[in-house]
Design a protein around this ligand. Structure first.
Ligand SMILES: Nc1ncnc2c1ncn2[C@@H]1O[C@H](COP(=O)(O)OP(=O)(O)OP(=O)(O)O)[C@@H](O)[C@H]1O
Ligand SMILES: [Mg+2]
Length: 441
């Protein structure tokens, strides 16, 4: 009995008075409860989290999203009824949380939700150990992915900084992890920092650490993320969001290779390889005075660009099947294949959220699918009616039809170009020429 109780660890983030009043009930139901502020949440191991959403979290939800993404735990939101009525809050809560409770608490309901969330976290293998990143590989056999893999093989062993650019969800973090895994530093830490997700007043101490007593609330010495990466790789995600003042400090560190903790006077030598990623146009940010040119040149020694999914439709079916298998383990549903309509709808879709969008749609599809296969509706994709298509010239129609044919055939036969060409009734060279013309591969 005691053992089971010790396993059910609940973390309450940014608790309010109502949360404190819950404690006796939770503890007598066997929960081992700890609490902390949002910025320290990832330092606690827990099986389940309860987050008291404050106005500041709702105004800057990226910090919450980042924490949830990295925590590998189910989260329950606590908010008051007015907050729930605020614009976009409902969508945010539904997307990122297992469930929510409004204040004041109904203790017995909270206990039921915690039990369900705990069961679900267990089922998904969450809350026990962090996700094994080794499992996540850069998949795909389209030309951009083959070229990317080749390039990473060359860049990984070097010590140079690499700037990773690409739209959201195209695999920038995956590229950074791959570079680390294939480098000589692979046995040492890989530390990722999302520069856009840490509240501005905390970034300095988050990156550089602080000494005890450096400022009000600094009760203990804290090792910063840069120092924690010593010997390994430091991944500065969304570098374009780093405030200018911190850009100067980061540049100094990159030049001098040592840091000073906030409130400290001793320089501490730190050896890291720096990788940075951005989905914003840094050149434009430089023009507008939002990004330092000297820092840009320091980080942009080597560059990797991740291609959007719409330019490599040939990878769609492989990735979709991969996610169907992956999420079947997580959701406990059997992996399903995709119906012809679903494949056609995927081929037509523009994928603004790239691979992350595909992964989310497949996960949703797997959960919703009632039949033998996943249908377009299960993926939340629209089966387009003829009359909804925008009108255009005859040339536009021909162009669209040609592109559609290529996408459709690639979704089915991405691993055999000869068959794909044959199905369309063209020679292999013509097929490749058309792929090139439509920038599909
Ligand atoms: N080629 C790929 N093969 C397998 N999984 C991929 C691939 N590209 C991306 N993913 C998966 O898609 C998701 C999004 O990738 P990632 O977080 O690396 O993208 P990102 O470019 O950093 O996005 P953002 O700009 O939104 O942070 C992750 O789950 C990642 O594992
Ligand atoms: Mg990212």
């Amino acid at each position: 009995m005691h053992e089971t109780a010790a396993l059910r660890r609940l973390l309450i983030v940014d608790p309010c008075d109502d949360c404190h009043r819950l404690l006796p009930g939770l503890e007598s139901a066997g929960w081992d409860v700890h609490s902390c502020s949002l910025d320290l949440a990832l330092e606690h191991r827990c099986d389940l989290g309860l987050l008291r959403l404050q106005e500041s979290h709702l105004r800057h939800p990226d910090a919450v999203k980042d924490m949830i993404k990295r925590s590998n735990t189910e989260w329950i939101a606590v908010l008051n009824a007015e907050q729930l009525r605020m614009q976009n809050v409902g969508d945010f809560v539904c997307e990122w949380f297992f469930d929510f409770h409004t204040l004041p608490f109904d203790v017995s309901r909270v206990l039921v939700t915690l039990g369900r969330a705990f069961g679900m976290a267990r089922l998904r293998g969450k809350g026990t150990a962090p996700i094994n990143d080794q499992e996540h590989e850069l998949l795909g056999d389209s030309r951009p992915i083959l070229e990317l893999r080749k390039l990473l093989g060359k860049l990984a062993p070097t010590e140079s900084p690499v700037l990773i650019r690409g739209e959201s969800g195209t695999g920038k973090e995956l590229v950074a992890r791959t570079l680390h895994r294939q480098s000589q530093r692979c046995e040492m830490p890989f530390i990722a920092i999302n520069c856009g997700a840490i509240p501005e007043h905390l970034i300095q101490s988050e990156l550089f650490g602080h000494e005890k007593g450096a400022f009000t609330g600094a009760h203990q010495r804290k090792v910063g993320r840069i120092e924690a990466a010593h010997g390994g790789t430091l991944f500065l995600d969304e570098i374009g969001d780093l405030p200018l003042e911190l850009q100067a400090n980061l540049l100094r560190f990159l030049q001098e290779k040592h840091i000073e903790r906030v409130g400290g006077s001793q320089p501490i030598p730190v050896d890291v390889r720096v990788l940075a990623a951005t989905h914003v146009d840094l050149e434009k940010a430089i023009e507008q005075g939002r990004f330092r040119e000297d820092l840009y040149y320091r980080l942009n020694v080597l560059q990797v660009v991740t291609a959007p999914l719409r330019d490599r439709h040939g990878d769609l079916s492989m990735l979709a099947n991969h996610f169907s298998h992956f999420y079947s383990l997580e959701t406990g549903r059997r992996p399903r294949s995709f119906s012809d309509h679903a494949l056609a709808a995927m081929g037509r879709h523009n994928w603004p959220g790239n691979v992350r969008e595909l992964a989310n749609r497949v996960r949703r599809g797997l959960v919703l699918a009632e039949g033998r296969q996943i249908e377009a509706q299960d993926l939340g994709l629209h089966v387009m009616e003829q009359e909804e298509q925008p009108l255009g010239t005859l040339e536009d129609y021909k162009h669209r039809a040609e592109r559609q044919a290529l996408c459709d055939v690639l979704v089915r036969h991405s691993n055999n170009m000869s068959i794909a060409a044959k199905v369309l009734g063209v020679s292999r060279p013509t097929f490749y020429r058309l792929l090139h013309k439509h920038q599909i591969r």
